[in-house]
Design a protein around this ligand. Structure first.
Ligand code: AMP
Ligand code: ZN
Length: 461
């Protein structure tokens, strides 16, 4: 089935048209200068849903995510301080140590949320030669210029600049700047390579002087390195639409002299207390803080799944508690079906799978896909066919359903001994003794459920 995604540039739902059935997918990754909160994790959950949707619908995928470990200023518009350097000073560690530490934390949270690793995860600092080469080509093609502060992109050379973010001519006049650079030709021009000040820690040699890359160029260079000149799907947080992705489009065009990305998609933010959950506003939760309060990462994943990526999602503990209850209920229903013996008509199963796939294919509509899962679990007699179907749905949902098992109980040895004694009594047809033992086990707080061939199960009373 064909995947359609809402393209933020054309403002229409557009079919993904991969070459050779392999979807080239790029998603803007984390800046590893601090821990990532559950708002950031929503972004990576959305990335994962898109990835899983692609695979569920039968395409292959080549998926790239960058790690920003240099050049991201405290403002996305190239002004302020370099985030890595701020963290380095804050924690008295080198930028490399900071990047390693926070990437590992982030990666760990991703794994706990069952977010699959992209085929390529690429730190910006690992591709400095490729970045320099990309900047050189932009200059060679006449889209850039050099000032005493570095290399700039000349936005006037790319007439479509501003189309993604819907910027008009007036707005373009108030553009990005690293610091006031009187040599900039247009206010919206942005930096590709920054000449480093003496006290700047991260810097490399380049044809334009010792310095470091601007933030936007890394995504173009990394995309180009792993995906070439055609990217089917490119995503990121909504705040990237007006600056970062606008700049990526311009850079790609300047380097390749044709458009590179087919579909741009953007996710809306996780909200808390009436605003975007954000490190600078302070009102944040991390996955760890939720785990400490007794939540399973899958409770959070189910909560994320309940909203469409293109809508802001409000975080409340009420909503998370409801997701927690739902996850429990989901596991209970699933296990009932796992041992169910009813047969379901194959046309019914095909209809459910068809509906589920249609919702996934329609701009990755996870809330509606979830509703099909609930219909399947609730509207049929216990059946292993439903179990198999929901396990198949879980390739998209990612709720770790195939590892759901009946809660294992810690059964004391004494109870096992009595149960074994009772089993022997039953084998010897000594039912009087068997009943006495059953009562004794019951008085100790456990119930024996008899199974065929003298087997049994022990449950808590
Ligand atoms: P950063 O590490 O700050 O570059 O952010 C990593 C990702 O998290 C980016 O794609 C942001 O768009 C995204 N992000 C930041 N805050 C939120 C939020 N409250 N809700 C959803 N995504 C967010
Ligand atoms: Zn990016």
């Amino acid at each position: 089935m064909e995947l359609k995604v809402f393209n933020s540039l054309t403002k229409t739902k557009q079919a993904v048209k991969p070459i050779n059935n392999t979807v080239n997918f790029y998603f803007c990754g984390p800046t590893v200068y601090w821990f990532q909160h559950i708002g950031n994790m929503r972004a990576f959950f959305v990335m994962d849903s898109m990835r899983r949707a692609v695979k569920y619908l039968g395409y292959n995928i080549n998926h790239v995510m960058n790690i920003t470990d240099v050049g991201h200023m405290t403002s996305d518009e190239d002004s302020g301080e370099d985030k890595m350097e701020v963290a380095s000073k804050r924690e008295h560690k080198s930028p490399e140590e900071i990047a390693k530490f926070y990437w590992e934390l982030c990666h760990n949270d991703m794994k706990e949320l069952n977010i699959e690793d992209p085929e390529h995860i690429c730190p910006a600092t690992s591709v400095i030669p490729e970045i320099i080469d990309f900047v050189r080509k932009i200059l060679d093609n006449g889209y850039g210029y050099i000032t005493k502060n570095g290399v700039y992109f000349d936005t006037s050379k790319y007439p479509k600049y501003g189309a993604l973010g819907g910027m008009n001519q007036n707005e373009k006049r108030f553009g990005a700047r690293i610091e006031v650079d009187e040599e900039k030709r247009n206010p919206a021009d942005f930096v590709l390579w920054v000449i480093a000040k003496d006290n700047h820690i991260q810097k490399w040699d380049s044809p334009w002087g010792v310095g470091y890359p601007g933030w936007h160029i890394e995504c173009s260079a990394i995309g180009n390195k792993f995906l070439g000149e055609h990217i089917d799907l490119h995503g990121g947080g909504i705040e990237h639409k007006t600056v970062h992705h606008e700049n990526e489009i311009a850079q790609n065009y300047a380097r390749c002299e044709h458009e590179v990305v087919d579909i741009w998609f953007h996710l809306e933010h996780l909200m808390f207390d009436g605003g975007k959950m954000s490190k600078s506003k302070g009102a944040i939760y991390t996955l760890n803080s939720l785990k400490e309060q007794g939540y399973d990462p899958m409770d959070l994943r189910l909560f994320y799944l309940s909203a469409h990526y293109s809508k802001p999602q409000n975080f409340t503990f009420e909503a998370l508690n409801s997701a927690k209850e739902s996850y429990k209920n989901l596991k209970r229903l699933l296990l009932k079906h796992k041992t169910g013996t009813n047969k379901i008509d194959s046309s019914e199963l095909t209809k459910l799978k068809q509906k589920f796939s249609e919702y996934v294919a329609d701009d990755v509509n996870s809330p509606l896909a979830l509703s099909v899962m609930w219909d399947a679990l609730k509207n049929y007699d216990d059946s292993h066919d439903i179990y198999d179907l929901v396990i198949d749905f879980d390739k998209f949902l990612g709720l770790k359903l195939s590892s759901v098992e009946a809660e294992k109980l810690e059964i004391p040895d004494e109870i096992y001994k009595l149960a074994e004694e009772r089993k022997l009594a039953r084998i010897n047809r000594d039912y009087a003794k068997s009943d006495i033992l059953r009562d004794e086990i019951l008085s100790l707080g456990y119930v024996i459920v008899d199974k065929p061939k003298n087997e049994y199960e022990i449950n808590k009373r």
